[in-house]
Design a protein. Structure first.
Length: 118
């Protein structure tokens, strides 16, 4: 049987680098954090760029983008709460991580500062 090897260096090194401290929940949290940040920016750009120019397109895009963002936001907060107890995060670190979901580009800061070693 022949195996097909797909080499995507960015994806492999960014999401699936296996280290001795490998923790699946932290990996999932990192992916959700990045997706939540992207969905937040998509929601903002829909509001700021599309709404003034094309109201019908804005209304069409609002529900799917908003629903995706809502699901990712709730997932981000639930995973942060679960990781707080699993990783024994102090209240300051937990507060900054939760606050990062409310500020544009905040989840990217959290990813860079707190999830770099994951």
């Amino acid at each position: 049987m022949t195996q097909i090897k797909v080499d995507v260096p960015f994806f492999k090194t960014y999401f699936f680098t296996f280290t001795p401290k490998f923790n699946l929940m932290l990996k999932i949290f990192k992916i959700v954090a990045i997706l939540e940040g992207v969905s937040y920016l998509a929601l903002f750009s829909n509001m700021l760029a599309v709404k003034p120019t094309n109201l019908a397109l804005y209304k069409t895009l609002l529900f799917p983008i908003g629903m995706a963002h809502g699901i990712l936001f709730v997932s981000y907060i639930i995973l942060a709460i679960m990781l707080k107890f699993e990783q024994n995060w102090d209240f300051k670190k937990f507060g900054i991580i939760c606050l990062g979901s409310l500020i544009p580009f905040g989840t990217f800061y959290v990813d860079k500062k707190y999830l770099q070693n994951v």
